[in-house]
Design a protein around this ligand. Sequence first.
Ligand code: APR
Length: 254
Amino acid sequence: MHDDPAAALADAIGRAATALRKARHVCVLTGAGMSAESGIPTFREALTGLWSRFSPEQLATPEAFERDPELVWRWYEWRRELVRRSEPNPGHYALAELAGRVPRLTLVTQNVDGLHQRAGSRDAIEYHGNILRDRCTRESAVTARADWSASGLPECASCGALLRPDVVWFGEPIPGGPMLQAADAASRCDVFLSIGTSALVYPAAGLAEAARRSGATVIEINPNPTDLTPHSHLALQGPSGRLLPALLQLLRAG
Ligand code: APR
């Protein structure tokens, strides 16, 4: 036990590095906190979180889109602009490097910003979709946008139907592929990293428990305690953009 928080954190990072060195399969779940240091607001942080400023019921449900697609589109265009102007942070790059340092790594992200991919992570499972893609409301397929639109809103280039952002809204199921891939990886991994998520939104929040039940070591990286903290084997309290590079530095040192 350490009285000094810095020593306790250094010890926890050391133990996390030991667990990763022995790992055969690492499963990583990331949330909005992963992109906070890239300037993208999280959802639930008291004053800065999107949901403290906007109502999810008005902006992130199929009913809201049905009711007022223009309002929803204006909000998503604003968020898209935030994403386009942002860059991956050292945490994203550290995770991309980690994939090359362990036998197998499955990255499941709740983030729709594509920053993991821009940092070089391949095959990231986009559990909640991707905000920069359009999906046709009639064909339910990712599609190109028509050059001209009768409604003034984005329309499908092939069938003319209204487009929506290719994200999972509240009340909608996770697409089958990502759902199964993530559940499979969580139940087979021997180290599960939960990074920058409040662990409140299911089914993503159930993955850590599934991993723990299958005998994996659960490691949380978050500056704040969450519902998962008491159920984690290791809780690294701090920003992922600082702690993940510190972890990689230890792994590089062998
Ligand atoms: N590094 C790591 N974690 C951080 C950082 C940081 N720099 N800054 C904040 N956090 C943590 C917060 O303490 C919080 O626990 O990130 C978490 C963000 O939680 P939420 O805002 O609830 O985001 P998330 O868990 O990703 O939300 C899940 O809910 O709104 C829906 O679809 C949306 O994918 C999202 C889902």
